[in-house]
Design a protein around this ligand. Structure first.
Ligand SMILES: [Zn+2]
Length: 386
């Protein structure tokens, strides 16, 4: 009897170890391995889902010129090499930094962006389920561009949060109910709108950071869903480390009960860490996801990544744990100054699969640097091996 118990224990331990074996990392392993472990257990396992998140989709004019076809725009090829990682998780979220108001308004790049609607089509085709659209460029081209963008997100059935078409629309909390039985709520806020005032009586056009509002909304989201994911457009541009204000806000959001905090705006990667909320909840925060697609040229501004994390719901008390964080560093590849548009052939590549091509000088060294940078406060963070 004792020996049998020991064997079962040994089996469970082996199963647990192989599940988190960092050497075995690949995007697919996240889901396939866990379901294998679940099948072997003779008691019902906790439901689990996976979430992936990407940073700034910043459509500078060279990018939409590059995507132009005879009858529109096609951004799908730019995402071809990274789409499998986004499709592989249960849910995927992107920071759509530029409004996809479409050609009716006239497209524009920096500093007041308006992007083709086809950007949304490409994100959808690449596996994105929801976009965060509260950021400093939300009001760049006014309320009409926001309304056009929102009607396209609705048309292609991609959820959006952080900017809304009406007060009534804003009141509807975005919750995705997964087949696994875990409901996930998504919230999004920005520090500001580049000095453009929010039109009077139209606060619904963009969610600004207000600590009391965030606290209240995170708590409401916690009542309505199992897990709460908060997108925060904050921090200082081009700084590789978070400032004190980002850290304070993250702790406040954790204390309010959120499970994942996705930072963006600095255009470069900032590290991740696990926070402990006042209620005993765990919160995984990434202070900045960096640029995912942009025409910025400096090395660190070309590097972003895909965060993947597992959310597990305790069958008995309903609490959520945030497990097995993984990060897949990516780089924007393009041919600079190939024509008057300062770049062509834009594509996003996973860094670990493009080390031989050397998209940037000494890419192997930079890849190691990025891994150390992202995991400095989270040693358990996993990366794909080349
Ligand atoms: Zn920004």
């Amino acid at each position: 009897m004792n020996r049998l118990f020991f064997l079962i224990l040994l089996f469970l331990l082996t199963a647990a170890c192989s599940q988190s074996d960092p050497a075995a990392f690949s995007a697919k392993d996240l889901t396939t391995k866990n379901s294998a472990v679940q099948a072997k257990q003779d008691f019902p396992a906790n439901p689990k889902i996976t979430l992936s998140a990407i940073g700034d989709i910043l459509i500078h004019s060279p990018i939409y010129h590059d995507a132009q076809t005879t009858d529109g725009y096609n951004f799908v090829p730019m995402f071809k090499n990274v789409a499998p990682y986004l499709k592989n998780t249960t849910l995927s979220i992107a920071n759509q930094e530029t409004m996809i108001g479409g050609t009716g308004f006239g497209l524009s790049g920096y500093p007041a962006f308006n992007s083709p609607k086809e950007v949304g089509d490409a994100l959808k085709a690449s596996g994105i389920d929801i976009v965060s659209i509260a950021n400093n460029h939300t009001l760049d081209r006014g309320g009409k561009a926001i309304q056009q963008a929102i009607s396209h997100w609705n048309a292609i059935d991609v959820l959006y949060t952080g900017a809304f078409k009406s007060e009534e629309d804003k009141e509807k909390l975005r919750v995705i109910r997964t087949a696994e039985g875990i409901d996930v709520a998504f919230l999004s806020y920005t520090y500001g709108t580049n000095g453009i005032p929010v039109p009077e009586n139209k606060d619904y056009l963009v969610n600004l950071i207000n600590e009391q509002t965030i606290k209240t909304e995170v708590k409401q989201a916690n009542q309505a869903a199992d897990a709460v994911v908060v997108s925060m457009h904050f921090g200082e541009e081009y700084q590789r480390m978070p400032n004190d204000y980002q850290k304070e806000l993250a702790q406040m959001i954790s204390d309010a009960g959120a499970h994942v905090i996705l930072g963006h705006h600095p255009h470069v990667l900032q590290p991740m860490e696990k926070l402990q909320g006042k209620k005993g909840n765990q919160t995984l925060v990434i202070y900045s996801l960096g640029n995912f697609l942009s025409a910025q040229e400096e090395t660190y501004r070309r590097i972003g990544g895909i965060l993947q994390v597992e959310l597990e719901k305790d069958r008995l008390d309903g609490s959520i744990s945030v497990n097995n964080p993984a990060f897949i560093p990516t780089i924007v590849d393009y041919t600079p100054f190939a024509n008057q548009h300062a770049g062509t052939d834009f594509k996003i590549l996973p860094m670990h699969t493009s080390l031989q091509e050397e998209v940037i000088p000494e890419q192997k060294k930079v890849f190691e640097d990025i891994k150390n940078h992202m995991s400095q406060w989270l040693p358990e963070l996993r990366f794909p091996s080349p």
